[in-house]
Design a protein around this ligand. Structure first.
Ligand code: MN
Length: 256
């Protein structure tokens, strides 16, 4: 199995090294990832300037070396360029992460981590995005990586196929009692509770900073957000068809 790994925190982020370690036993691992942090990049792609791919000396925490390129683009650029140009032969699975910060609920719209997996889905390659909830001391990537290994092995054994586009989130891992289990759950659709800080205001110009702390809200007990807050590792199958099938009939009245 040939596995491409990307992320949105940048190729030198600790989370991607943890993911390479977790995926290493499953097959041949290659890395193509942004050369700088791209959190919140969503599914943006680079159209106004050329993309530059550079060989990168990638070593995991265990000293494992894998073929790697850094790209001066977005996560979706990395996956598309990798599959179209950088990697010879087929890619069987794309992994993205492990992101510093959860990507539950409507965060999937903003997340570059999820977008890298979505790009693979668009290219017909099975894909899994992995993210871990932040805590004040950072993210326990060592534990997230240890947990990711067996989960990835189980998903691969179950038979990942084109069309599979999974979003995995790990709960806060500094609590020894977490995770309490694995839970397949739907995406929370609640509105984000976020805020902007005013950094300066001279009367003519005001400078805002999006706050780091936000809450993904609650729209039911059967969601990824709710399960993650309660200590589960969540797995949410996502789709790229954004059609609102329930409203097709209602707006179908516009058909001539
Ligand atoms: Mn990120």
């Amino acid at each position: 199995m040939r596995i491409l790994i990307s992320n949105d925190d940048g190729i030198d982020a600790p989370g991607i090294a943890a993911l390479v370690d977790a995926a290493y036993p499953l097959g041949e691992v290659m890395v193509v990832a942004p050369d700088s942090a791209q959190s919140g990049a969503g599914h943006g792609i680079t159209v106004t300037h050329p993309l530059r791919a550079k060989h990168y000396d990638f070593k995991t925490s265990n000293g494992r070396a894998v073929e790697a390129y850094s790209v001066n683009g977005r996560p979706a650029d990395c996956v598309r360029l990798a599959v179209r140009m950088l990697i010879d032969g087929p890619v069987d699975l794309v992994l993205s992460g492990i992101n510093k910060g959860a990507n539950d609920g409507v965060c999937v719209f903003y997340s570059g981590t999820v977008a890298a997996a979505a790009e693979a889905r668009l290219l017909g390659i099975p894909a899994i995005a992995l993210s871990c909830q932040s805590e004040p001391d950072g993210v326990r990537f060592d534990r997230a990586g240890e947990l990711a290994g067996p989960i990835l092995a189980k998903l691969v054994d179950a038979g990942m196929e084109p069309g599979d586009f999974l979003n995995v989130n790990f709960p806060v891992l500094s609590k020894p009692e977490f995770p309490v289990g694995v839970c397949v759950a739907r995406q929370n659709r609640a509105e984000l509770h976020d805020y902007y800080e005013v950094l300066s205001d001279n009367g003519d110009e005001t400078v805002y900073q999006l706050g780091r702390d936000y809450d993904t809200g609650h729209d039911g007990d059967d969601t990824d957000s709710h399960a993650m807050k309660n200590g589960f590792v969540t797995i949410t199958p996502l789709r790229i068809d954004m059609t609102d099938h329930e409203r097709l009939d209602r707006w179908g009245l516009m058909n001539d």
